[in-house]
Design a protein around this ligand. Structure first.
Ligand SMILES: NC(=O)c1ccc[n+]([C@@H]2O[C@H](COP(=O)([O-])OP(=O)(O)OC[C@H]3O[C@@H](n4cnc5c(N)ncnc54)[C@H](OP(=O)(O)O)[C@@H]3O)[C@@H](O)[C@H]2O)c1
Length: 339
């Protein structure tokens, strides 16, 4: 088989992570060639997207929405890169694109696998294609609009509110005319989402009683909860849901580090008492909607209604630090590794 010959560093797992300890199980290795069959191409990676959801594929779990990444294989994720060799008639050397690639210097991309999308924009806008104009933007948009079905005047609550997906979801709910409350893990984050991103209120879940504070902030109840974390936060919000409210289930930050199944919410019976709708959603189900959603996100971004801080870490060798920040809660907005 033809191969692409170049020194290529890549990240792999030597074992499955325990909790959020990535230092002891992720390893940077090197190879000198990449198998490169017909119908595929090679990108030189410029930005790697750090996504909390990748933690799911690091775990041995057969009933996940995607199979686990085998130990010893290259870790995968969304990458932005430039094609430097192509054996595919529709993808040409020099094109920049977003694709599903590897946490490595070079990615081998099989376009049949997932959504390569040409990105023809300025250097400054480029990283936005793995933020606002990428899976996080579409997740926030569809979670708020399609799953959340928000209406103007709704009380909307989002957790991990200063992180990438939560920050976008809160701003989109604000654009839709909701009163928006964010739940985050530090006072600085709580202040920032209100001062710089227009949230109407914030709760520091590490210091404050979420349920008691929500009772004061939303006495009529929460109409839509965009859940990024599950766990005790979900239980506290369930106590405050309005009748016929919606829980849009985006992610499970509280549960990813656990080796065992985490029992469901204590307040499950409130789903019946309050006639709630609980619905999960998953971004690959709506990648095909990029041409419809991105112009809307672009308009909001250009108007100044939607923005996203970028936390850029330089160098593939520093990836573990960047990835860990999502689980230590030290990030604000999108975390990317710049190569
Ligand atoms: N369904 C989908 O298709 C889809 C797509 C993209 C993302 N997601 C989900 O969206 C969520 C956010 O992902 P992201 O990549 O945008 O990351 P992110 O929000 O930028 O970073 C994760 C944030 O989660 C919070 N956190 C960490 N550990 C936590 C814990 N044990 N309990 C509560 N909060 C915790 C931290 O903020 P604090 O300071 O607030 O703790 C951290 O900043 C994840 O659950 C992810 O799986 C889902």
């Amino acid at each position: 088989m033809t191969s692409f010959k170049e020194n290529n560093r890549y990240w792999t797992m030597t074992s499955r992570p325990e909790g959020n300890d990535f230092d002891s199980c992720l390893e940077l290795r090197q190879e000198t060639s990449i198998p490169f069959p017909d119908g595929t191409f090679i990108t030189k990676n410029m930005f790697l997207s750090m996504d909390a959801g990748t933690r799911m594929y690091m775990t041995e779990r057969e009933d996940s929405y995607q199979p686990p990444i085998p130990v010893g294989e290259k870790l995968m994720g969304t990458v932005l890169g430039e094609i430097i060799e192509s054996r595919h008639p529709d993808f040409n050397v020099g094109q920049r694109l977003r694709s599903y690639g590897q946490w490595s210097d070079y990615s081998h991309v099989d376009p049949k696998q997932m959504f390569p999308s040409i990105v023809d924009d300025s250097e400054i806008e480029l990283p936005n294609y793995i933020g606002i104009y990428g899976a996080n933007g579409w997740t926030a948009y569809t979670g708020v609009i399609d799953t959340g079905r928000v209406k103007a005047g709704d009380n909307f609550v989002v957790s991990a509110a200063a992180g990438c997906t939560g920050l976008l979801a809160g701003q989109i709910a604000k654009i839709a005319g909701c009163k928006v409350i964010g739940i985050a893990g530090t006072d600085e984050k709580c202040e920032l989402i209100q001062k710089d991103f227009g949230f109407d209120g914030a709760i520091n879940y590490k210091k404050e009683n979420i349920s008691a504070k929500l009772k004061i902030m939303c006495p009529e109840g929460v109409n839509v909860y965009f859940d990024n974390v599950a766990g005790a936060t979900l239980d506290a919000v369930l106590e405050n849901m309005a009748i016929f409210g919606t829980v849009a289930v985006c992610g499970l930050m509280n549960n990813y580090g656990s080796l065992d199944r985490v029992p469901g919410p204590i307040n499950y019976d409130l789903v019946l008492m309050k006639r709630l709708r609980i619905e999960g959603f998953f971004s690959p189900d709506f990648y095909h909607r990029e041409p419809e959603i991105n112009p809307i996100l672009k308009k909001w971004h250009e108007n100044g209604d939607l923005s996203l801080p970028m936390q850029q870490t330089e160098g593939l060798e520093r990836l573990v630090k960047a990835y860990s920040s999502l689980f230590e809660g030290t990030n604000i907005g999108k975390v990317v590794v710049r190569l």
